[in-house]
Design a protein around this ligand. Structure first.
Ligand code: FEO
Ligand code: CA
Ligand code: CA
Length: 663
């Protein structure tokens, strides 16, 4: 979800307006800024080259592919081979020549054999709860039976755009200054309940037949999760008084998950759904003098983006003041058991979780990386206490309840300190209101403030590369960073286009508490000197991008980046998927592989283990300008007058077979 708007900027769509209108969680800390180093160059190739010996760990990559890739990199050539797409803006998607992009699942599609057909003029919560949800974001793939052509697709449905979903509902009116504005219809209980059923996630079996992926509607594990699904709270905060409500006096049982942005699939085949902008779902005012006031202010709750609290008391903090403490977690789902109770793993901290991508460390412990997506918030990692057991799936099922959460401080000398958020250590004690580890995880942001974590430019996806010991951190943008407020890891004031940081975990030890970092890429148009972008000179006018958001490492260890916030007005291009070289002379060369239709952002991306398919989530297509159900900016993907624009997951494969982006 895009929130790059600031008051003196023109907004692109309602999605941006929603976040901009609220005073979202502000980071009040004055953790160090380094105005004196803003003119420094931050390329640390020399420094790193001498200080790091990265150990490759076990992967599934083929030795031949690695050899070919290594040779190409040694010659200064790109690791990618495909004909670049032309950047631009129009009503449909575009993929590199020689590839097919097939729509696999659209909002409203059946998830079960007995799901009702999508009938946009007669939507109900009951139908929606059996159909593919709205605004697909994270996509994960879990192979079944060890096969290449058969598995479970797990998909997050982050949020809803009511003005694009409901017919005869939103209209165009005037704002206070007489400008045209989308006016929302009435949020009746029926509308709210459909919204709640369209959130959450989908598990669906898919199979490749004649080279094309198809949903298997009678798949035994198919499941829809939504705001009515029962979940458990586990880990250090479970059962704490701050999590108790009228409906749940145990503090361990909660209904639903919401604003599930990116996520991850664990080494043991469970699905992680990251709860991001939970603050937007609450209305009302806390009772005078309520003890959660400081906590909620730090997270910007309640922000009132949705009117659920009008019909469901728990989303009104005046009636149920502890409910916001039950959201903002990483949720673990066992997709192999459709009756399993998903678990909110409080050990990973409460924040606006973007995602939770992981890697098995060389000592067997598992390391999860998390970005807290807000201007000036932090990058985290969680290291499990126990090692992953590849031979006993059941033994891993509660690994996420016990471990250490760290927050990152990026220093100007190129080191990153991972600082533990452990109760009783340093300032995380009763003097500062932290009575236990429960308080630390519930207020992870405030704990990070006290430890002096580095205030970042909106951390999104953070992705480890198991083959290299590197970790890629997407910083999407921060136009509220002022001159003089820069720091080494966030070197641009008014950072409209974002950047990518590459962390090198020391000796390939992902559990390391002291590592190094450098900036891989400062984004934006390299032809405009004031932007200060740092794409390689081999990057074409189609190849650069702004606002990196999600990313993926493919089966050959190559980095792919997807974006959120490009548009005709900002960058002369839609969002899309770009291939980004990280090694050799080609480092920081980017190439456009896929672009979305107007109004959309690009989520996913996810490569299957063979590297022959990339699943891409086209989120909020048509959401541009004064778009409504009747007047979307496009009617992708159906292009039928009787069908609304629909978010959808697309499967991209090479014509005739073979790996994506390889000759
Ligand atoms: Fe939901 Fe941070 O994007
Ligand atoms: Ca995102
Ligand atoms: Ca990712």
């Amino acid at each position: 979800m895009n929130d790059m708007f600031k008051p003196d900027e023109e907004i692109i769509n309602l999605t941006e307006l929603r976040e901009a209108e609220e005073d979202v969680g502000r980071n009040p800390s004055d953790n160090p800024t380094m105005g004196d180093i803003i003119n420094r160059r931050f390329s640390r190739r020399g420094f790193l080259g001498g200080s790091l010996a990265v150990t490759a760990i076990a992967t599934t990559v083929s030795p031949l592919a690695l050899m070919i890739a290594d040779e190409a990199r040694a010659e200064g050539m790109s690791a990618f081979s495909f004909t670049e797409v032309e950047a631009g803006v129009d009503e449909t998607h575009h993929v590199a020549e020689g590839y097919d992009a097939d729509v696999l699942l659209r909002w409203g599609d059946k998830v079960f054999a007995d799901s009702p057909d999508f009938d946009p003029m007669n939507q109900t919560a009951e139908s929606q709860s059996k159909q593919f949800g709205y605004n697909n974001d994270y996509v994960g793939f879990i192979p079944l039976d060890g096969a290449d052509d058969h598995g479970l697709l797990v998909v997050n449905h982050e949020y809803t755009n009511a003005e694009l979903m409901f017919p005869n509902w939103a209209t165009i009116g005037k704002d206070g200054e007489g400008k045209d504005k989308v006016m929302m219809g009435e949020f009746t209980k029926d509308i709210v309940d459909i919204e709640m059923a369209a959130h959450g996630g989908t598990v669906i079996e898919i199979r490749k037949q004649d080279g094309k992926w198809m949903p298997v509607l009678d798949g035994k594990m198919n499941r829809r999760l939504h705001v009515g699904t029962e979940m458990a709270l586990t880990g250090p905060a479970a059962g704490h008084d701050r999590l108790k409500t009228n409906a749940d006096t145990s503090g361990t049982k909660v209904f639903g998950t919401l604003n599930n942005c990116a996520g991850g699939v664990t080494p043991w085949g469970t699905w992680l759904m990251a709860e991001e902008n939970f603050h937007g779902y609450f209305i009302g005012e806390l009772p005078e003098g309520h003890p959660e006031a400081v906590n909620y202010k730090r997270y910007g709750a309640p922000a009132g983006w949705y009117n659920w609290g009008t019909h469901h008391d728990r989303f009104d903090v005046s009636k149920e003041p502890n409910e916001p403490n039950r959201f903002g977690w990483v949720v673990e789902v066992d997709p192999m058991d459709p009756n399993s109770v998903p678990k909110k793993r409080t050990a990973l901290g409460r924040m606006k979780h973007e995602g939770a991508e992981s890697v098995v460390n060389k000592d067997g412990r598992v390391v999860f990386y998390c970005g807290d997506d807000e201007r000036f918030d932090y990058v985290y990692k969680f290291v499990t206490s126990a090692a992953y057991n590849p031979d006993d799936r059941a033994a891993n099922m509660d690994l996420l309840d016990d471990g250490i959460l760290y927050v990152a401080r990026f220093d100007a000398d190129g080191t990153v300190d991972w600082m533990p958020l452990v109760h009783g250590e340093g300032p995380l004690n009763a003097d500062n209101g932290f009575m236990s580890q429960a308080d630390v995880v519930i207020e992870a942001r405030r704990a990070g403030d006290l430890l002096g974590a580095t205030r970042m430019d909106r951390p999104e996806d953070v992705q480890p590369n198991a083959m290299t010991g590197k970790v890629y951190c997407m910083l999407t943008n921060n136009t509220r960073r002022k001159e003089g407020d820069e720091n080494a890891a966030n070197p641009r004031a008014n950072n409209a286009f974002g950047h990518i940081i590459e962390i090198s975990e020391t000796d390939g030890d992902f559990a390391s508490t002291k590592s190094t970092w450098e900036i891989l890429l400062k984004c934006g148009d390299p032809a405009v000197a004031e932007v200060g972008a740092s794409f390689s000179s081999a990057t074409t006018t189609n190849g650069w991008f702004g606002m990196p958001d999600n990313c993926a490492i493919d089966a050959d260890g190559r980095l792919w980046v997807s974006t959120d916030g490009n548009s005709e007005k900002r960058t002369g291009r839609t969002d899309g998927l770009w291939a980004v070289d990280t090694d050799g002379d080609a480092r920081a060369t980017s190439k456009l592989f896929f672009r979305v239709p107007v109004g959309a952002e690009m989520c996913g991306p996810l490569f299957d283990p063979t590297g022959e398919t990339v699943f891409l989530a086209v989120q909020h297509p048509g959401d541009e300008g004064l778009a409504t159900y009747e007047q979307p900016a496009t009617r992708w993907p159906d292009f039928r007058d009787d069908m609304p624009v629909r978010p959808a997951v697309v499967a991209v494969t090479k014509q005739g077979g073979g790996k994506i982006g390889m000759a």
